[in-house]
Design a protein around this ligand. Structure first.
Ligand SMILES: [Zn+2]
Ligand SMILES: [Zn+2]
Length: 397
């Protein structure tokens, strides 16, 4: 059996030098021109069929196995963040104000390393690997959607049709050695809502001639608290937070309008449905009872990332066989962070797993998006080994 850990170790210097190069030259979402160019060149040098410009700056490479079989998409995100780096590392960002503070430099380097490894083993693969280097995971960056949706719109899940996906994230909340691979929900779905209540303005001293949207807004906020306390089962999780209220201009004027915004977070699709239904009913019911007109806009930021149980079990099995000193978490690891890979998970079964990457002794334990964020590069080896081995296993025929 192929020892993917040993092969990943043999490619460590390549992986590290790629990672450091991307770290020195970070690019924001949908601006990954240099990064995408290097990725495309590397994939082309292996003889892969490469398509550029999928989702603006995204790059896709196709690796055909020697036998027919399913198509597995493996996703690596490439974008950096608008943060001034404070690591003081020798490979610190030279693009001032932009920093790889989430580890996507590592993901891109791991992706290229995995491409080399699987290319060497293409004779063993039954099926096709679709290497998906995604732009703009961190946000929309003035476009109408993020990188994952943009790649789906450009047809990344077709031609050949994708049957399954795998994704990994270096995870600095956990130490090197830890791996999180669980079935079911792993990252929360997020919605952003805006509620506009329209009443009838007037003098503050003659409220009976007005319809006061502030009173209605206050009742709405209070009533919304019953969704999580009275509609969602005690062992399920959900968040409904009203985070802004805007209304009024003067102490003696009852305003015409009140606008509330906030966020809803859920893991389970059924819970999400319940929360959204109750949200509409409560806002309409309460505000209309008080005479206001109601306008509700709920925008989905990302769905929850839900892992396929069978794929998660496969990744767990591979991790157990492959990685020494493994601390494997197979259930119960949930994060309220959002991730746009959720869009692909909605369409195709996938497994999104986490590779512990912090090292307290080396002071490499700042959280993601911190200006001093950096990870232990040994995680590059473990990430590449596990991704390559899991992909090869899925396409083992
Ligand atoms: Zn991030
Ligand atoms: Zn990230």
């Amino acid at each position: 059996m192929t020892d993917y850990l040993q092969e990943a170790r043999a490619l460590f210097l390549f992986n590290q030098s790629m990672r450091r190069d991307f770290h020195i030259h970070p690019e924001l979402g949908f601006k990954e021109i240099r990064t995408g160019g290097i990725v495309a060149k590397e994939l082309e040098s292996l003889g892969l069929e490469v398509t550029k410009g999928v989702g603006k700056t995204g790059v896709v490479g196709l690796l055909e196995g020697s036998k027919p079989g399913p198509t597995l998409l493996i996703r690596f995100d490439m974008d950096a963040l608008p943060i001034v780096e404070e690591t003081g590392a020798e490979y610190a960002s030279q693009n001032n104000g932009v920093m790889h503070a989430c580890g996507h430099d590592g993901h891109t380097a791991i992706g290229l390393t995995v491409a080399r490894m699987l290319h060497n083993h293409r004779a063993d693969l039954a099926g096709t690997i679709k290497f998906c280097f995604q732009p703009s995971e961190e946000g929309f960056n003035d476009e109408e959607c993020g990188g994952n949706e943009m790649m789906i719109r450009d047809g990344v899940l077709e031609g050949p049709k994708v049957d399954q996906t795998l994704t990994m994230h270096l995870w600095n909340e956990k130490p090197l050695g830890w791996v999180g691979a669980a079935g079911g929900p792993v990252m929360a779905g997020a919605e952003l809502f805006t509620v506009k209540l329209t009443g009838k303005g007037g003098h503050g001293a003659v409220p009976h001639l007005t319809i006061d949207p502030i009173v209605a807004a206050a009742q709405v906020v209070t009533a919304l608290q019953t969704i999580t306390s009275r509609n969602v089962a005690p062992l399920e999780s959900a968040v409904v937070s009203v985070t802004t209220i805007q209304s009024g201009t003067a102490f003696n004027v009852i305003p015409q309008e009140a606008v509330l915004t906030g966020t809803i977070r859920t893991f389970d699709l059924g819970v999400r449905q319940t929360v959204l239904e109750r949200f509409e009913q409560i806002v309409h019911g309460v505000a209309e009872a008080l005479g206001c007109q109601v306008q509700i806009d709920v925008k989905r930021v990302t769905p929850a990332v839900i892992n396929n149980d069978d794929l998660a079990a496969k990744v767990q099995g591979i991790a157990r066989r492959l990685l020494p000193d493994l601390d494997l978490e197979t259930a119960g690891y949930l994060t309220m962070g959002a991730e746009d890979m959720a869009f692909m998970h909605e369409k195709v079964p996938g497994c999104y797993f986490f590779i512990g990457s912090n090292n307290k002794e080396k002071h490499l334990d700042y959280g993601h998006h911190h200006p001093k964020f950096d990870f232990d590069e040994e995680a590059l080896v473990r990430g590449a080994a596990l991704m390559a081995a899991a992909a090869a296993d899925i396409l083992s025929g």
